[in-house]
Design a protein around this ligand. Structure first.
Ligand code: PLP
Length: 257
């Protein structure tokens, strides 16, 4: 069986973070493992608290896995602070895993900083260059590049500009643009467009986490990048369409077996 590792934060409500990643891996038939960077106290309405784990236990989790188990794919999500970014980059430089799908998570839908603003530079310099693919939404794209991105044409230029920062490929997610939801992938050579029908629902908690872990799962199974993105988009579209009305805020996406 193929294996996938998520390095991310815990969401106590089970809709995003590590929990979404492991459910996605499981639903897509890969064996999931996790390295926790932070624990969030969270429900469908808000993130009420975060406790960050020490660099020592983050490194310890990574070492424990890589010294024993073959890792076919990695997804990186919530990183929280600069020390976590530095220790993850340092350990991954030792083990050199491939592929690495990096979701540059910054702010939750409810407005909580899942990455301290001061840690953005470390993300840019330490981890972006190690990524096979980064999967920012429009807000994250703007934060990484430092300028607004509001049209499809600008998304295409942004995907190319992001690849100049170091990752091999960039998927700019246009879910927050008006109209049809189009994502733009620049794979270092070509631009690809992925359009999906917009699903009207408030149950979208954890969609970013689920998409990036689905891409990592399909790549663990050997799919080439653009094909993995196409299949992951299909998966997330269905997971959103069948999202669950759990709680009083944004319910979670649904995972299938
Ligand atoms: N909580 C954790 C631990 C996450 O990793 C993420 C996203 O990556 C979120 C919350 C944000 O989820 P959403 O913006 O879908 O509410």
């Amino acid at each position: 069986m193929k294996t996938a590792l998520t390095i991310a934060g815990s969401d106590s409500s089970g809709g995003a973070g590590i929990q979404a990643d492991l459910k996605t891996f499981s639903a897509l038939g890969v064996y999931g493992m996790s390295v926790l960077t932070a624990v969030t106290a969270q429900n469908t309405q808000e993130v009420s608290d975060v406790e960050e784990l020490s660099p020592k236990i983050i490194a310890g989790q990574i070492d424990a896995i890589f010294q024993d188990i073959d890792v076919d794919s990695i997804k990186i999500g919530m990183l929280s602070n600069e020390q976590a970014i530095r220790v993850i980059a340092e350990r991954l430089n030792v083990y050199r895993p491939y592929p690495v799908v990096l979701d540059p998570v910054m702010v939750s839908k409810s407005g909580y900083d899942l990455l301290r603003p001061a840690a953005k530079n470390a993300l840019l310099t330490e981890l972006l260059p190690m990524a096979t693919l980064i999967t920012p939404n429009l807000k994250e794209t703007e934060a990484l590049l430092g300028y607004p991105v509001t049209t499809l044409r600008e998304m295409e230029e942004a995907a190319k500009a992001l690849v100049h920062l170091g990752p091999r490929a960039a998927l700019v997610k246009g879910g927050h643009l008006e109209g049809e939801a189009v994502d733009v992938l620049f794979d270092g050579t070509d631009l690809h467009h992925f359009s999906g029908e917009r699903v009207q629902t408030k149950n979208t908690h954890g969609t970013g986490c689920t998409l990036s872990s689905a891409i990592a799962a399909f790549m663990a199974k050997g799919r080439p990048l653009a094909e993995a993105v196409t299949e992951a988009k299909c998966y997330i579209q269905r997971a959103i369409a069948e999202g669950l009305s759990i709680g009083h805020g944004h319910g979670p996406t649904h995972h299938f077996h």
